[in-house]
Design a protein around this ligand. Structure first.
Ligand code: 4G4
Length: 250
């Protein structure tokens, strides 16, 4: 899978891309991350990429010409596909990025991620060239780079071979419930015991305990997710009986 990242600050990506799992995925050729400096498409002597807002007000706006030229140039790069790749702007007013969207994006061959800066991007570039707008959450960042990195990380780990397939299937959010608690050695740490069922060797009992702890944790921390899991028919009669015992009724 190819990630084309359009940014004024390509250096911001070096750390995350050269460590740990993303580094390995790149070395294995499972993902390719191509960085494109929007400033390379500015044509004036000062390589200007921003300008004052029409109508006045604070801050600066990303100029349309360099950004549009950069997007168009990147779209012409190989590999040419039957359907053009999504051109995604990271912005605080986008659709909130979720695990379901990460799964959807992981099914595409190539993504363009556009990182805005200053106060934002000229609206006409959005209309003309951006096909989707995503937000990683309800807060404002100085630029879209960290948001783009979050999208790269969440999508890349879903590409087959990047991480263990079983971990992906089991984890939080992939089926709409939070994760069960995890423990490793030592069996007693600072007086705190690991739940005995986990060291009992009864695989059926372990699975049942984990399911119940996921339900308990989701009820306590994210009741909104529990409502959604129920509405989607993902709760079994056993689940509902256990939740009833915890005081939850749909
Ligand atoms: C586009 C428009 C994303 C990009 C305005 C980007 C938060 C997110 C930016 C801006 C971002 C997010 C400077 C306000 C860059 N902030 N929540 N900032 N701003 O995903």
């Amino acid at each position: 899978m190819i990630f084309d990242i359009l940014t004024l600050f390509p250096g911001m990506f070096t750390g995350p891309l050269t460590e740990s799992i993303l580094k390995r995925a790149r070395q294995a050729g499972l993902i390719q991350v191509r960085l494109h400096n929007i400033r390379d498409w500015a044509t004036d002597r000062h390589r200007t990429t921003d300008d004052a807002p029409f109508g006045g007000g604070p801050g600066m706006v990303m100029k349309p010409e360099p950004l549009a030229a950069c997007i168009r140039a990147v779209l012409t790069l190989p590999p040419e596909a039957a359907t053009p790749p999504p051109v995604i702007l990271l912005t605080p007013d986008g659709e909130v990025f979720t695990q379901a969207i990460a799964q959807e994006l992981a099914a595409t061959e190539r993504l363009l991620l556009v990182c805005g800066h200053y106060e934002g991007v000229d609206e006409r570039v959005r209309e003309a060239l951006i096909t989707r707008e995503l937000s990683i959450g309800d807060y404002v960042l100085t630029g879209g780079e960290l948001a783009a990195m979050v999208v790269v990380d969440a999508v890349a780990r879903l590409v087959p071979g990047v991480i263990d397939a079983e971990s992906v299937a089991e984890e939080s959010h992939s089926d709409g419930l939070l994760e069960y608690p995890h423990y490793t050695r030592p069996a007693v740490w600072e007086g705190r015991q690991v739940p005995p069922v986990l060291v009992s060797g009864h695989h059926g009992e372990v699975a049942k305990w984990r399911r119940r702890e996921r339900l308990r944790r989701t009820l306590l921390r994210r009741p909104d997710l529990l409502e959604r899991a129920h509405a989607a028919g993902r709760l079994t009669p056993d689940d509902l009986a256990w939740l009833a015992g915890l005081g939850w009724a749909p």
